[in-house]
Design a protein around this ligand. Structure first.
Ligand SMILES: Cc1cc2nc3c(=O)[nH]c(=O)nc-3n(C[C@H](O)[C@H](O)[C@H](O)COP(=O)(O)O)c2cc1C
Length: 158
C-alpha cells in the first residue's frame, strides 16, 4: 500500500521553509516558478538542488536552456511568490530583475540569489531533481525572509 499522500502533505506542511522563485531563459522566453524545495547539496563542487513537478511548464525550459537562477524571497515579495505559483507563461513586467552569468532573471529585492548551470537531472517520482552548479550568487544583509508553513505564508516575528 502506498503511503497516504494527504498524510504526507500534512507531515511535510509542518516543515517550515523559505520561498524561492526559480527562473530560466532570456528575452520573450523568460519563465519561472515558485519553489520551496531548494536545498544546498555540495560545497565542493558548489551544488544546489530543486525538485520540480513533472507537470510544471517551466521544467522543460530549464532543461533546454541548461541553466537557471534561484531568488530567495524576502517578506516583501509574497506577490512574486503568488504570481510565479500560477502555471503557464510568466509576466516579468511587474518585477525589477537583473542577470548575472547565465542570463536567467534574478528578482531584485531578493534576500539572496544563485545563478546556476544545470549540472544534472535525477528522477524523483512525480518530480525531477534539478541539480545546479553555482556560477554566481550574492546575499543581502539584514532582511527578513518570506516563510511558508502549514499551507500559509508566514513571517519571522522575533
Ligand atoms: C510556497 C510554494 C512552494 C512551491 N514549491 C514548489 C516546488 O518545490 N516544486 C514545484 O514543482 N512546485 C512548487 N510549487 C508549485 C509551483 O510554483 C506551481 O505549480 C507553478 O504553477 C508551476 O508553474 P509552471 O507550471 O508554469 O512551471 C510551489 C508553490 C508554492 C505556492
Amino acid at each position: 500500500m502506498p503511503f497516504d499522500s494527504k498524510l504526507q502533505r500534512k507531515i511535510m506542511g509542518q516543515f517550515a521553509t523559505g520561498v524561492t522563485v526559480v527562473t530560466t531563459g532570456e528575452g520573450a522566453d523568460r519563465t519561472g516558478l515558485t519553489v520551496s524545495s531548494f536545498t544546498s547539496l555540495s560545497l565542493d563542487p558548489p551544488l544546489i538542488l530543486v525538485a520540480i513537478d513533472n507537470r510544471s511548464t517551466s521544467r522543460d525550459d530549464i532543461r533546454r536552456n541548461g541553466s537557471f537562477a534561484v531568488s530567495i524571497l524576502s517578506v516583501d515579495q509574497e506577490e512574486a511568490s503568488r504570481k510565479f505559483a500560477t502555471p503557464g507563461p510568466k509576466d516579468f513586467s511587474a518585477f525589477a530583475w537583473k542577470t548575472a552569468v547565465t542570463g536567467a532573471p534574478i528578482l531584485e529585492g531578493s534576500l539572496a540569489w544563485v545563478d546556476c548551470r544545470l549540472h544534472s537531472v535525477l528522477p524523483g517520482g512525480d518530480h525531477e531533481i534539478f541539480v545546479g552548479e553555482i556560477v554566481a550568487g550574492d546575499a543581502a544583509e539584514q532582511q527578513s525572509p518570506l516563510l511558508y508553513y502549514s499551507g500559509k505564508y508566514r513571517r519571522v516575528t522575533e
